[in-house]
Design a protein around this ligand. Structure first.
Ligand SMILES: [Zn+2]
Length: 60
């Protein structure tokens, strides 16, 4: 199973994120690489602060 970042399309290889092409016959699971996850969390936090809602299940 290949894990691909759904934002920047990098794939995870041995815990490193690389820009690479996924073979069309490979099963792909979509996730976030650390960079995109951080950016995404920042956006979620900004949204939540506007709405005054604190997501309970986000890492600090
Ligand atoms: Zn990414």
């Amino acid at each position: 199973m290949t894990v691909q970042c759904c934002q920047c399309k990098k794939i995870r290889v041995a815990n490193k994120w690389k820009r690479a092409t996924v073979a069309s016959n490979e099963a792909v699971s979509h996730s976030y690489c650390p960079a995109c996850l951080a950016r995404c969390l920042t956006e979620i936090r900004r949204e939540s602060s506007v709405r005054r809602v604190v997501p309970a299940d986000l890492p600090a």
